[in-house]
Write a protein that binds this ligand. Structure first.
Ligand code: SAH
Length: 204
């Protein structure tokens, strides 16, 4: 079923062999809530705890491809959720720092990582809107929830040459990739329309 899912993603335009291998390897059904496991290898988002969703495999593959992950890359993920995207980054041998603001999901997914044997560098409970300044700079930053506007502070936490991939918008989101060209210059690319649960800002 995982091979079939990878074939479907190829048909939809995913080309990076390492990303496709990660999709072929990771048991997505174990990242799903009971009742939905039977649908795990469809290319669809599904509900998880705390009214959140596990992203659609195509979206995960698309965002991951944009990051151009190399082994050892230091990556910040905002929105741990089910941990599936985290697992994809770990399969690509990145060092992953991942932030989740829903306590229930944070606890549940942390336990699950231990059980299944995926080890992010750090899992953080809190508001990822502000990034993770104490661990910056990062080779790349991936936001897996829809940001109402570009979280500018994240741009300042990229290495030169680093990439920020963030879906921006309210009802639907434009996938934006920023590449840091120098201290002050960023290249911006807009790459299609997606739908995510909202990135929420804790204003305290
Ligand atoms: N990568 C996840 C996607 C989960 S949906 C997966 O593949 O399962 C997006 C997640 O972002 C949700 O779990 C939501 O709680 C979280 N989120 C929303 N706003 C956030 C914020 N400001 N900081 C950290 N996490 C946030």
């Amino acid at each position: 079923m995982r091979n079939k899912l990878a074939d479907l993603l190829i048909a939809k335009g995913i080309v990076d062999p390492k990303v496709l291998d990660a999709i072929r390897t990771i048991p997505r059904h174990l990242f799903m809530d009971s009742g939905f496991e039977g649908h795990a290898y469809q290319d669809k988002a599904f509900p998880i705890a705390a009214e959140q969703t596990i992203s659609q495999p195509y979206t995960v593959a698309f965002q991951t491809e944009l990051l151009a992950v190399k082994p050892g890359h230091k990556i910040l993920e905002i929105g741990t959720g089910s941990g599936y995207q985290t697992a994809v980054l770990l399969e690509l041998k990145a060092k992953v720092y991942t932030i989740e603001r829903q306590l229930e999901l944070f606890k549940k997914t942390n336990l699950f990582f231990k059980k299944i044997g995926y080890t992010p560098k750090k899992t953080i409970f809190g508001d990822g809107y502000k990034g993770l300044p104490e661990e910056a700079p990062f080779d790349s930053i991936i936001v897996t929830a829809g940001a109402p506007e570009v979280p500018k502070i994240l741009l300042s936490q990229l290495k030169i040459g680093g990439r920020l991939v963030v879906p921006v918008g309210i009802d639907e989101q434009v996938m934006i990739m920023f590449t840091r060209k120098s201290e002050k210059e960023f290249e911006k690319k807009e790459l299609g329309i997606f739908r995510f649960v909202p990135l929420l800002e804790d204003k305290n």
